[in-house]
Unconditional design. Sequence first.
Length: 249
Amino acid sequence: MIATIQYNSRKLQIDLSKPLDISMPIISSKKNVNAWYIDEPKIEPIKDAEWIASVSEGASVNFNNIYFNPHAHGTHTECAGHITEKVYSINQNLKTFFFLAEVITVAPENDNEDKIISKKQLQFAIGNKKRDAIILRTIPNTREKLSRQYSHTNWPYLKEDAVKFMVSKGVKHLLIDLPSIDKEKDGGELLGHNAFWNTKGKLRLDATITELIYVSNKIEDGEYFLNLQIAPFENDASPSKPILYKVIS
């Protein structure tokens, strides 16, 4: 199904029958992706005395509780409320859900004991393109990312000037396949988050960061139409399901 969409000054053609899901599922298992030093998510039926809310246990319905942390257990989208004293909700501040996006692949560079994504790399990858959203795929890129245990691994991160570069380009939505755009243990500085949301100036409440995505190697770098779907949690972050559609013309 080919749809023609008027987006700003452009008419885009996309094939709605070919969605590309770049989210990670949440599963009740130690094999679920994990970060930030907490236990795995749990999905389990309600229990009341001897009654278990599971059809396989004789109940008429499946009726599960789900215990998870959006920042640690899968693809999630967060707003400035993640790092501000005042509480801001992603559900209240993400008002539109379709964006012109660019998928770029970067190989993090060595920086002493760290792996970093630099401003120079992003300048080369993005060039003069104007995009609302940037989707960062890091390499090596294997399906092991779907179950990686990230705690105490010192994952790659974005340098502050790289984040400021994207802000200067007008990028409102940053998506990355790591647990954070910042260094795992940085003493609470969160330089990338603060730069992206401009916490020292006018707060960018309509800007979002989505972490722990997984971009299959079958998805080529280039221009896409992004549908950024969230669950309506009144919280700084929500589990999310970003879907890409290739721009045909």
